[in-house]
Each structure stands twice: as structure tokens, then as C-alpha cells.
Design a binder for this molecule. Structure first.
Ligand code: ZN
Ligand code: ZN
Length: 358
């Protein structure tokens, strides 16, 4: 899977003759080639796309990058020389660069060596990446299925005495075991009072009876991320825990019901936030309802209070309201949805009713 042609089609609209891609996520989106390192440059002109990398990756790149000329960068003929060669060959006068990612020093370096005008053009990639095509959706669903398989199995390990770190390690193991290329972020496992911190780091704390355990995790499959959160109780749940759980689930359903193409991200966020506020927990919902998911775990568009732009059809966003009561407990439930005309599709299959493990 690559998106050289899609990027090429946007060059005119962005007022550039070519696009230079150095950021790992954008290079992956453009080329479909995932490297563990930071090396490599993709360059898309009107006539042709290029992928330049060094000796460590050239063999894999030549094998995996299609629809582009794959060329080796060497100390004698480095990226600047390759870039100037292509610029000359294709008569490129303006080059779009990733103003949201490139460092000031890198830009200075390019500007001093490259014979073309550099123009900020991150927006070209952001807009393209926000709308997923069929192949991308397939990868996203594949990543989700792997995470769900890990979830179904981790339930056997959640019991009184097991630690948060042990569960986090097992989730990582299970996702890799079932075909993930990587985790999409370090799994979050938070129990009891730790659960009131939305992005808690797993600790050596053992799980105790009567606690919630929140697990937020995901993996990478064919370059694309999954993201999911489930909160389960161990032993028993108090009436208040059940009430908060129900509130969060209702809020998630309200947000999902509001999500469709053309509706703003903030309208989706507000639909969920209202349910939580009406239940009296408004001050404990402290983050956005959702974020875009793709080659990066957090990308555009967002379903947050400040995202006033309409969500486009084909956008993939998380649906993850939560309630966090400091020093006591927290609940978050997270699915990922695909925005469509007139509604959305929840790509998750894992049950969401409150689960109380023995
Ligand atoms: Zn998550
Ligand atoms: Zn998320």
C-alpha cells in the first residue's frame, strides 16, 4: 500500500511542485515502508516519486517500495545531491516541507543546500491522512482484531494479586504473538486509585478485590494502529462504581450516535460530555472524547471541545470518554469508529457491558 499518487494529485492545490517527506509517519503513509530507524526521505514530484535511504535499509526498501525510484544515499552522494538531481530533472521550483515536524536546523540545512524554494505544506499530508481508503481501513480493523484477541485472553490473568506491570507485559506479548508488528504505545494498566490518572504508568501494585482495572492498549498491523480501552471490576463493584461505569458507557454511546460526516468534532465531544455532566460527574471528564487514529496513534481529526471543523467521511477517530475521581477510581471505555455519511461504524467487537471478574 502506498499513497504517492494521492500526494501527487494534491500538489497543485497546495501550490508546490513537489513534496519532501522526512517525518517517519508521513514517509510510511507515502511509501508503505516501515523502518525502525529515522533514516530515509521520500520525494514526490509531478512525474515521479523517489525513496532515498542508506545502506542499512536499501535492500528492504527496494523490495517493499513500489511506484517510486528507490535510490541509495552514500557519504559521497548524500540526500542533498539526490534531491538536487531530482529537482533539476523535473524542473521543480517550489518544494513543500513538513513545517509541523521539521526542526529549524534541518530546514536551514535544506535551504542552504537545495536549489528550490521551500514552502510549509504539512497540511497536504494531514488532510490526506485524515480520510482513510479501503486498504487502510482493512489494516486498522486487522490491528483491532489482534488487540481484541489479546483482551479476550488477558481476562484469564486478571485476578487479585497480579500486578499492573504483569498485565501490561502480557498484553504486549499477546499482541505480538497474534501478529502485531509492534505496540502502538506502551499499554496502560491502572487499578484502584491509580485509575483516576487517565494516562497512568503501570506499577508493581497488585490488583485487589473491589477494584476497577483499566487497560488502554493497541498494536500496529501493516503500519496502522489500533487503540482500545476496557475497564473491568475484580471480585465485586460498589453501587457507585456501577453508576459511574454506566454513565461512561452511556456517554460513549451518545458520542457515537452523534458522529457522522459533516458534524464537528466538538459536537461529538459535547454530546458525550453532556451525559457525564447530567449524571453529576462533569468535572471528572478531563480530556477529549476522541482523536484520529492511523499510521500514528494520535492524528487528525479530533473529537474535542475545540475541534470546530466538520469530520470528513472516511475519518477514523477514537470514542473514549472517561470519569476519573481523584484518589478513588476511574473508568474509561474506548472504541474506534469510522465516520460515514449519516452515521458511523464502530469497528470494535469486544463487549462493553460491565464485566466483574471472579
Ligand atoms: Zn487508548
Ligand atoms: Zn485513544
Amino acid at each position: 500500500m502506498n499513497h504517492f499518487a494521492a500526494i501527487r494529485d494534491r500538489l497543485d492545490a497546495c501550490g508546490v511542485d513537489a513534496m519532501l517527506l522526512t517525518h517517519a509517519a508521513n514517509r510510511l503513509y507515502a511509501s508503505g515502508f516501515r523502518t525502525p530507524g529515522t533514516d530515509g526521505v521520500a520525494f514526490v514530484t509531478r512525474e515521479r516519486a523517489y525513496y532515498w535511504t542508506d545502506a542499512r535499509y536499501i535492500e528492504a526498501a527496494a523490495e517493499q517500495v513500489a511506484d517510486a525510484a528507490v535510490e541509495l544515499a552514500t557519504p559521497e552522494r548524500g540526500y542533498a545531491a539526490l534531491l538536487n538531481g531530482a529537482i533539476e530533472r523535473h524542473g521543480v521550483r517550489t518544494v513543500g516541507f513538513e513545517d509541523e515536524y521539521m526542526t529549524v536546523a534541518e530546514l536551514e540545512r535544506y535551504r542552504s543546500r537545495i536549489r528550490a524554494e521551500f514552502r510549509p505544506a504539512t497540511a497536504l499530508l494531514t488532510a490526506l491522512r485524515a480520510v482513510k481508503d479501503a486498504e487502510e481501513l482493512e489494516a486498522l480493523v486487522g490491528a483491532q482484531r489482534i488487540a481484541e484477541r489479546a483482551l479476550a485472553e488477558i481476562y484469564n490473568d486478571i485476578r487479585v494479586g497480579v500486578t499492573e506491570k504483569e498485565l501490561a507485559a502480557k498484553l504486549t506479548y499477546l499482541m505480538l504473538r497474534y501478529g502485531a508488528e509492534d505496540t502502538s504505545f506502551d499499554p496502560i494498566v491502572a487499578s484502584g486509585a491509580n485509575g483516576s490518572r487517565p494516562h497512568a504508568v503501570p506499577t508493581d501494585k497488585p490488583i485487589a478485590a473491589g477494584e476497577f482495572v483499566t487497560m488502554d492498549f493497541g498494536c500496529v498491523y501493516r503500519g496502522y494502529c489500533s487503540d482500545m480501552t476496557r475497564t473491568v471490576a475484580v471480585g465485586h463493584a460498589s453501587e457507585e462504581m456501577e453508576r459511574v461505569y454506566r454513565t461512561v458507557l452511556d456517554a460513549q454511546r451518545a458520542g457515537i450516535a452523534a458522529a457522522r460526516a459533516g458534524v464537528s468534532g466538538s459536537a461529538v465531544h459535547n454530546a458525550a460530555a453532556k451525559v457525564i455532566a447530567d449524571a453529576g460527574y462533569g468535572e471528572y471528564f478531563t480530556h477529549a472524547f476522541g482523536h484520529g487514529v492511523g499510521v500514528e496513534i494520535h492524528e487528525a481529526p479530533r473529537a474535542s471541545a475545540s475541534w470546530s471543523e466538520p469530520l470528513p467521511a472516511g475519518a477514523v477517530v477514537s470514542a473514549e470518554p472517561g470519569v476519573y475521581i481523584p484518589g478513588r477510581f476511574g473508568v474509561r471505555i474506548e472504541d474506534v469508529i469510522v465516520i460515514k455519511e449519516g452515521g458511523c461504524e464502530d469497528i470494535h467487537r469486544a463487549p462493553k457491558e460491565l464485566l466483574i471478574l471472579p
